[in-house]
Design a protein around this ligand. Structure first.
Ligand code: ADP
Length: 259
């Protein structure tokens, strides 16, 4: 290769797992973890055997989102038994930390921890493992994208340009690593005031749809800004499982149906 650094390391499948799909974002705080958890649960509802791996090692949200309690069990051979919640399996470094404890690791430590969470966990047979990536484009992304064959990646963005600038970069990275971009989800796309029904485009609207068109990647759908999504996430019972007939859960189901 032109770089003179030899071929990239071979991507090695994780036995028992059919598809791995990463969920990323350019910026933090756009709702990536919330979307990843609801996406995983909507896939479960659609009948797949699903796991959720929290690769956001420095800011793990999956324990809170799924209401995981305690540390995962470790077998005698050192293999983790993942948590189970709402019908899916889940692994997160966050479930192994004391409350308030930070992960203070340089890149190589984080990379090997990710490898362990991915490969030294008894996932059993899964149709789909959803990976909640950290925001941005860093060490963890590169090592995941190099280590395993991904079936695709989904990018979450809010509609405003500030978030979309970084979302475009995340898509650029994924394309360069030759992973299929499944599409963009626009989160917090608008707010309907529950008392008056007035619509407010708090972060603008339609920006992610336009960015998807510009980049030639699919636009997967819009998730509104809804207080219940935040409340139910904080309670460990995401909207897809706790209010499955509601419009918000249906929005996730509709997205899943397009993939
Ligand atoms: P990220 O993973 O991008 O950092 P999170 O998923 O942690 O973002 O979401 C950030 C905050 O926004 C959380 O409190 C979450 O509950 C809330 N949130 C995410 N999406 C929505 C939404 N569509 N409506 C309301 N609150 C949301």
């Amino acid at each position: 290769p032109a770089s003179g650094r030899g071929a990239p390391p071979a991507r090695e499948r994780v036995p028992g797992i059919r598809h791995i799909v990463a969920v990323g974002s350019g910026k933090g705080g756009v709702g990536k973890s919330t979307v990843a958890a609801n996406f995983a649960l909507a896939m479960r509802k659609a009948g797949l055997r699903v796991g959720l791996l929290d690769a956001d090692l420095y800011g793990p949200s999956v324990p809170r989102l799924l209401g995981l309690e305690g540390k995962p069990a470790v077998r005698e051979d050192g293999i983790f038994t993942p948590h189970e919640a709402h019908g899916i399996k889940a692994m997160s470094i966050g479930a192994m930390l004391e409350p308030g404890q930070a992960v203070v690791w340089r890149g190589p430590m984080a990379t090997s921890a990710l490898r362990q969470l991915l490969r030294e966990t008894d996932w059993g047979e899964l149709d789909l493992l959803v990976v909640d990536l950290p925001p941005g484009t860093g060490d963890i992304h590169i090592s995941l994208l190099q280590q395993v064959p991904l079936s695709g990646a989904v990018i979450v963005s809010t509609p405003q340009e500030l978030a979309l600038i970084d979302a475009r970069k995340a898509i650029d990275m994924i394309k360069r690593m030759q992973v299929p971009v499944l599409g963009i989800i626009e989160n917090m796309s608008h707010f309907i005031a529950p008392d008056t029904g007035t619509r407010y485009d708090i972060f603008g609207t339609g920006g992610a749809r336009q960015a998807a068109a510009d980049l030639g990647v699919p636009f997967l759908g819009e998730i509104p800004l809804v207080m219940a999504i935040r409340e139910l996430s904080d309670a460990g019972t995401p909207v897809v499982v706790s209010n499955p007939e509601g419009a918000d859960a249906q929005a996730f189901s509709a997205i899943v149906a397009t993939i």
